[in-house]
Each structure stands twice: as C-alpha cells, then as structure tokens.
Design a protein. Structure first.
Length: 123
C-alpha cells in the first residue's frame, strides 16, 4: 500500500514544483498576450503604411488609423482598443521609424515584465 501511495504522490509533487514556474512565466507577460502583441505591432505598422499610400504620408498618431480624416473607414478595427496592447496600454508609435532605418514606422509595447515587443526586433 505504501508503494502505491508513494507512486501517486510523485506526479502530485512534480505538478506542485512546476506551478511557481508557470506563474512566473505568466507574470513576465508570456503566452497568449505576448503572441497577440507580436501580431498587433505588425498589423499596426501595415495599417500605417496603408494610410501612407492613400494620404501621402504616415499618420502622425495612431488615432488617425481608427479615425481617419474625411470620415473614411478606419484602418484598424476596435476603436481605441485597436491601438491598445493586451495589458491596456497604448502602443508606442514613431512615424519616423528610427529603429527601422526609416523604411517603416516603429511600433512597440513593453510587457508588465519589462519585455520589449517591437516591429524592429526579432522574436
């Protein structure tokens, strides 16, 4: 009986030992939110470039992607939430694209665990 009890406790101990690691990874901003932020920075940069094609220049602000001039359809869905990261902060935006060598705008966010997610950095 003790052998069976010991055998049953081993998986339980392993699960409990792994639990703090999973909690820490989530606290660092891992998982779904990071994946969404990675996709968002690319999507926002592409929307800004589409704006540039139509208007001749990149938008000076991300707000112009959700409220374009002249009552045109927005370049991003979701209103203001469309330019917020998964943690509720507005994405950073620099139309000069300093970190992208001026070829496209810089779009970024920083996770609660201080991880930079940006369209000029490899994942």
């Amino acid at each position: 009986m003790w052998r069976m009890l010991g055998f049953a406790l081993v998986p339980a101990v392993l699960i409990l030992a792994a639990y703090p690691v999973v909690i820490r990874l989530n606290a660092l901003g891992g998982g779904e939110k990071v994946d969404r932020a990675k996709a968002d920075v690319q999507t926002i940069a592409k929307a800004a470039m589409a704006y540039q094609i139509k208007h001749g220049q990149l938008p000076g602000s991300l707000l112009l992607l959700i409220q374009p001039p002249g009552g045109a359809l927005p370049y991003l869905d979701g209103g203001v939430d469309g330019i917020k990261d998964p943690w509720g902060q507005l994405y950073g935006y620099n139309p000069a694209g300093t970190n992208n060598g001026g070829r496209r705008p810089d779009v970024w966010t920083v996770t609660p665990g201080s991880r930079l997610i940006a369209n000029w950095r490899p994942w």
